[in-house]
Design a binder for this molecule. Structure first.
Ligand SMILES: C[S@@+](CC[C@H](N)C(=O)[O-])C[C@H]1O[C@@H](n2cnc3c(N)ncnc32)[C@H](O)[C@@H]1O
Length: 305
């Protein structure tokens, strides 16, 4: 999988934190959003409502689905998300659905789309599933279903896997990205738009990290020790030498901006976390978090506690 936070993207996000780099007090961590405001009355069953094709496409694009992915749609209806992910994105996909008539219809449509080899449909209650296998889970359910699924997805999906939900959020698990699509033909509700939410399953990065800085950055500190704490994908970080001005975790990709103890030397560290190792590149930043001519150099960090 390609890195999820490109240097350009990290820098763009970091741009929003210029005040912090320039010495202003760090902004408070974003407060948890209240669950979606317009919850329908609790229902025992999720009704069958289809995601329109343009929204299906945007869901799969948002999750960056590719031929390397295993996609599961939970409550797959007529199979449109499963079929599109196999046909248009090359994924291996499975739809889980409790309605046998919809399973039969999905299989017929998958045959017609010539993706029956990569798109399968199983008659199962989605709450009987274990989620270790899929790299992408999609859903168009109801708020209480999302909230019931949330701990299962967080505990069982691999770090770096993605979850996409049409319409409903996950309570105070803030989405990594949200799209709002105009939808004049939406058959219910008053808002003529649809929302799509994307979450990356966060790696566990909390703990104390010892960073071996490359030669290019070694003059900024003899060694760098970082203390990270984490709530879901929200990370706050402190440094034994200098301070951390900004941090971002997306799946297994961790990026942070470190300001050395002299207050003038600033560095962007971006890399992949695998278990107790964080490996990536470090690059000098200018006074306003702009890139400099300095080349990125590799670094490695180990979690030591
Ligand atoms: C809103 S529809 C979404 C259909 C499709 N995913 C789409 O986006 O077009 C929800 C689907 O979930 C199915 N469903 C409801 N409860 C389920 C459960 N416990 N297990 C599996 N499927 C379920 C319903 O039969 C329905 O087809």
């Amino acid at each position: 999988m390609k890195p999820t936070i490109s240097r350009r993207e990290a820098l763009a996000t970091l741009g929003a934190s210029l005040a912090s780099l320039a010495g202003a007090p760090r902004a408070a961590a974003p407060s948890a959003p209240s669950p979606t405001a317009t919850l329908p009355a609790p229902m025992e069953e999720v009704p069958y409502v289809q995601t329109p094709p343009h929204a299906v496409r945007r869901m799969l694009q948002l999750a960056e689905v590719s031929a390397r992915d295993t996609v599961w749609d939970l409550g797959s209806g007529d199979g449109r998300i499963v079929i599109a992910s196999a046909r248009d994105f090359g994924a291996r996909s499975t739809g889980y659905e409790i309605d046998p008539a919809l399973i039969a219809e999905s299989r017929r449509l998958a045959q017609a789309a010539r993706v029956a080899g990569r798109a399968q449909f199983l008659e199962r209650d989605l709450f009987t599933l274990s989620f270790a296998a899929p790299s992408v889970v999609t859903m168009y359910l109801l708020p209480e279903f999302n909230l019931k699924l949330r701990p299962l997805l967080l505990a069982q999906m691999r770090p770096g896997a993605r979850v996409v939900s049409h319409e409903w959020d996950m309570g105070d698990w803030q989405a990594d990205e949200t799209l709002t699509l105009p939808s004049p033909d939406k058959p219910y509700g008053t808002a003529r738009e649809r929302r799509i939410f994307l979450w990356w399953i966060p790696a566990t990065v909390a703990g104390r990290w010892r960073v071996q800085l490359p030669k290019a950055a070694a003059h900024a500190a003899q060694g760098l020790t970082l203390d990270l704490s984490q709530t879901l994908q929200m990370v706050t970080a402190g440094a034994a030498q200098g301070r951390v001005a900004w941090s971002l975790l997306r799946g297994t990709e961790l990026a942070l901006a470190w300001v050395a103890a002299d207050g003038r030397s600033r560095w962007l560290l971006t890399g992949q976390v695998a278990g107790d190792t964080w490996r990536g590149e470090v690059q000098a930043l200018g006074a306003w978090a702009n890139t400099t001519e300095a080349r990125a150099a590799p670094f490695v960090a180990q979690r030591v506690g």
